[in-house]
Design a protein around this ligand. Structure first.
Ligand code: SF4
Length: 446
């Protein structure tokens, strides 16, 4: 066990695993730690204690999280566990009985309590150490903005509601204040995340709050409108195709928020969508997509799908392929269904054999690769705005993204670096697209 002299700042190591929502939790804990005068260190040896923020979504993530906890215990010995795995019964304590404390996700206060217990905070907190925008784990030029926690739906393949509970929306004035600070600190792109962005405010009956003396409703449309005042890119993730989503498409057409909708459709067969208990499964999705494109022809629609859900017949799968042909979605991911411990879908009849699932994923991806290649080709010769993610001095290359591409999940734009390069990460500039493949593009600076 490492001891800390009374006059020395406590040092906390941090391991952050999991999805963007877990990253936001990590950022909140790190911000609080810095606010209270703790030092954040990057090695186990240098730390007085280690916090591991875990993921418990699929079996592979559970294993990765348990391994990370084991490693932190071996290397340091004092470990506090937080995150989704912490909410999954006794699994952490059973596997690693020596951890100091275990909390679920979204539990900054409980984590801080456990830290106070094992590393009492200094009497005089160094509030000034905290930059006003807090501590972020994502690069400086983009940041995740979490607007709510939990979910009111009960999709049969998902255990998030049992891990994170029902929807709890953050007050809209808090969200806007965070966005304002992020913009002031140099962030150029906000990625709005939640489990169900279109449900924002349902739990508080769309309550009106006040931001800078102006009334704003806790509701997706009003939030988007208000976020547009910061003059930076705003990108929406995890939106469901409810009728009121139509209200935000004009904001996209007017350039107030990015013309980008991340909508996890998951399937196209009504029978499978019903078995999945998907939100808005009875909506006429194709009709909505057509309406959105009429209002905002430049809209990029991204989605994810599951192939091989229990009961999926060849006919159901064919419906999904036909939907892809008709919908011509821009950015698409597909996963083979796999049982998640505790999910209702595990009890459904009609399990699809593993090789059939894999074969369906391959057929799906082949079809989408053709659609994506054709759609990207239409960019050749066009001028597009891009945000710069990487300046690679060694390869003499600038790596950027268009407004159609979210960081980490979508495509990239490769640009040859000019002589005497003056561009920097986070700059937004214009390029002419010169070449494309299935997912990425190449361009010249304007
Ligand atoms: S909408 Fe469905 S998949 Fe998404 S978090 Fe809620 S229950 Fe899970």
């Amino acid at each position: 066990m490492t001891s800390t002299p009374a006059n020395k700042t406590h040092r906390v190591g941090f391991v952050s695993l999991g999805c963007p929502k877990a990253t936001v939790d990590s950022e909140h804990i790190l911000t609080q730690l810095r606010a209270e005068g703790y030092d954040i260190v990057s090695s186990y040896e240098g730390a007085d204690l280690v916090v591991v923020n875990t993921c418990g979504f699929i079996d592979a993530a559970v294993e990765e999280s348990l391994d990370a906890i084991g490693e932190a215990l071996d290397e340091n010995g004092k470990v506090i566990v937080t995150g989704c795995l912490g909410a999954k019964g006794d699994i952490v304590k059973q596997t690693h009985p020596n951890v100091l404390a275990v909390t679920g996700p979204h539990a900054t206060d409980e984590v801080m309590q456990a830290i106070h217990q094992h590393l009492p905070a200094k009497h005089d907190p160094f509030i000034d150490l905290v930059p006003p925008q807090g501590i972020r784990l994502t690069p400086r030029h983009y940041a995740y903005l979490k607007i709510s926690e939990g979910c009111n739906h009960r999709c049969t393949f998902c255990i998030i509601p049992s891990l994170r509970g029902d929807l709890v929306s953050r007050p809209v004035n808090d969200v806007l204040l965070e966005a304002e600070r992020l913009a002031a600190s140099g962030v150029k792109e906000l990625l709005v995340v939640s489990q169900d962005t279109s449900a924002y405010g349902v739990d508080v009956k769309y309550r009106t709050e006040f931001y800078n003396g102006m009334p704003v409703k806790t509701r997706m449309t009003e939030l988007c409108e208000a976020l547009s005042q910061f003059g930076i890119w705003v990108r929406l993730h995890y939106v469901y195709p409810y009728p009121h989503v139509n209200e935000i498409i004009p904001l996209m057409a007017e350039g107030k928020i990015l013309p980008y909708l991340d909508i996890p459709f998951q399937h196209a067969s009504p029978k499978i969508l019903k078995a999945m208990k998907r939100p808005a499964s009875s909506e006429n999705t194709m009709k909505r997509i057509k309406q959105w494109r009429e209002i905002c022809p430049d809209i990029t629609i991204r989605s994810t799908f599951i192939a091989g859900f229990p009961g999926e017949t060849e006919e159901d799968f064919q419906q999904l392929l036909d939907f892809l042909d008709e919908a011509q979605l821009d950015r698409v991911g597909c996963f083979a269904y796999s049982d998640v411990d505790g999910a209702k879908a595990n009890e459904l009849d009609g399990a699809v054999p593993e090789e059939v699932k894999q074969e369906r994923v391959a057929r799906f991806m082949e079809k989408q690769a053709g659609i994506s290649a054709n759609k990207l080709k239409r960019n050749i010769g066009k001028i597009r705005d891009v945000i710069i993610d990487v300046i690679d001095d060694e390869e003499k290359m600038i790596v950027a993204r268009t407004s159609s591409d979210a960081p980490d999940i979508d495509g990239l734009v490769y640009i040859e670096m000019p002589e005497n390069n003056h561009y920097k990460v986070g700059d937004i500039t214009q390029v002419t697209i010169t070449d494309t493949d299935e997912y990425d593009m190449w361009a010249e600076l304007q």
